[in-house]
Design a protein around this ligand. Sequence first.
Ligand code: MG
Ligand code: MG
Length: 236
Amino acid sequence: MREAGRIVAFAVRKSFEALEQGITTRELDDIARRAIESEGAVPGFLGLYGFPATACISINEEIVHGIPGDRVVQSGDLVTLDCGAVVDGYNSDLAVTQVAGSSTSAKDDLINTTRESLNKGIEAARPGNRVGDISNAVESYVLPKSYELVREYVGHGIGRNLHEPPQVPNFGPAGQGLVLRPGLVLAIEPMVNVGKWKTRMLDDGWTVVTEDGALSCHFEHTVAITEDGPAVLTVE
Ligand code: MG
Ligand code: MG
């Protein structure tokens, strides 16, 4: 899983290196697919549940599961790449958000808050803690900043399948849920909205957007629970 994590981190980095005004989301997806295949891994999302691409690419008010295509990236777009790779039957899952071209302090704050909330969740992913301690660590960091957390999509266990139990919500009380033990691997993935938490699915049956059309940001790591604490697998 560490190798699957390394390769997907490489793929997302390569794709983001090409992020600029004028590139299409399909081109970004192609870069990610080629990067994964060049490392001898298999794109984890391609064909899964019928998803037609290597990466979910979600822009601005899109939260998750955006389908790459002819959309042209504009300067100022908030672009989330969510991608997975499979090595020897084991999955990884990584999401990163960046602004194409010139950003604003508001967008930078949203990105920094979401990334830091993921870090808070990761810090809580320790043996003896419970899933709810991760959820509460994320929530306790985000809500005081007047953002809201998506409730209808959550993190998850990961291994031979991309999505395995337990669910890992980004909200809720501490001290509840499954006890974390070494060997468990989780995808922790806060989705932070500038507006309300409610979501809506587009007619394509995949793309999830904020109901109020406000911006959303998403970061995710695949994290192993070890005797020594959390180990982030989705890094180069
Ligand atoms: Mg993901
Ligand atoms: Mg995930």
